[in-house]
Design a protein around this ligand. Structure first.
Ligand code: OAD
Length: 249
């Protein structure tokens, strides 16, 4: 795979790097995406499993599904794509990761500034009084836990359809996108807003926007360049080419 030289040229003068990642970023770690043919939404119903209505009508079913996903996450590791993104912090003034992923793999790879636009499924809180639930759920039996303050059902700290994004994370993400010199849009179908708006914020503010995705997406035609490769291949290669150009390798 050849990395177009323009990406390396842009990186050489870049100070602020922004990564916008989606489920494809974690695919090579063994975490399912949502909208690929074998993705989660091909097998499960988002209305049943990723909405407050779904949770209220069958809390145990929803709890079991997230426990299953948490179990997957606990048994996988960050891949070479996550690692290359984390390593970029050594070479650029500012690297911001904006992720739609709920798996904390960016943080586990060592990225320090990570905005979780869709929350995460590692933490939990009470669906009724919103108190955080801090007990490790692995220590509990399989029954959905109840809040020790109000008795409400405990839910994962993920953002469901119809719910607002965490305001601070989203605001900071817009600001970072507007300040970006280069944005990498990695492994997202670009179907879910407002996350999918951020590449436009970046582009309209003058950033060079690179898509990394084996497939064409809803965003492809609007971005500066698309690399049709898996992120675990493309991101290490981009970093390697940059370091060779800078004479650091
Ligand atoms: P999608 O499942 O919609 O898209 C995943 C994208 O990853 C697709 O465009 C794939 O082509 C691409 N892909 C697959 N393997 C890849 C690889 N190895 N390297 C790079 N790209 C790869 O996932 P998202 O865009 O993240 O919301 O979906 C957005 C939101 O919709 C999710 O955060 C989730 C879902 O409903 C919540 O859970 C709140």
């Amino acid at each position: 795979m050849e990395i177009p030289k323009i990406i390396i040229d842009k990186l050489k003068i870049a100070k602020n790097i922004v990564i916008l990642s989606g489920a494809g970023m974690s695919a090579e770690s063994g975490v399912s995406t949502f909208r690929d043919p074998d993705g989660l939404w091909a097998k499960f119903s988002p209305t049943e499993l990723a909405s407050m209505d779904g949770f209220m009508s069958n809390p145990q079913l929803v709890w079991d599904w997230y426990s299953m996903r948490l179990n997957v996450i606990n048994n996988v590791s960050p891949n070479n794509g996550h690692k290359a993104v984390a390593e970029m912090e050594k070479y650029f003034d500012d690297v911001t990761v904006i992720t739609q992923n709920v798996d904390k793999l960016h943080q586990r790879a060592g990225s320090k500034k990570v905005y979780e636009l869709h929350g995460n499924i590692v933490e939990n809180y009470c669906s009724k009084c919103h108190e955080p639930f801090t007990k490790s759920i692995l220590e509990l039996d399989k029954e959905i836990p109840k809040c020790e303050h109000c008795g409400g059902y405990i839910r994962p700290a993920v953002v469901w359809f119809g719910e607002e994004l965490p305001q601070k994370a989203f605001k900071e993400s817009v600001i970072a996108s507007q300040k970006a010199d280069i944005m990498f849009v990695i492994g997202t179908s670009g179907e879910v807003y407002p996350a999918a708006q951020l590449p436009f914020n970046a582009k309209n503010s003058g950033a060079f926007v690179v898509e990394i995705n084996p497939n064409h997406t809803a965003l492809s035609q609007y971005l500066d360049i698309s690399i049709h490769e898996p992120s675990g291949v493309a991101m290490p290669k981009i970093l390697e080419n940059y370091l060779i150009e800078r004479g650091r390798k």
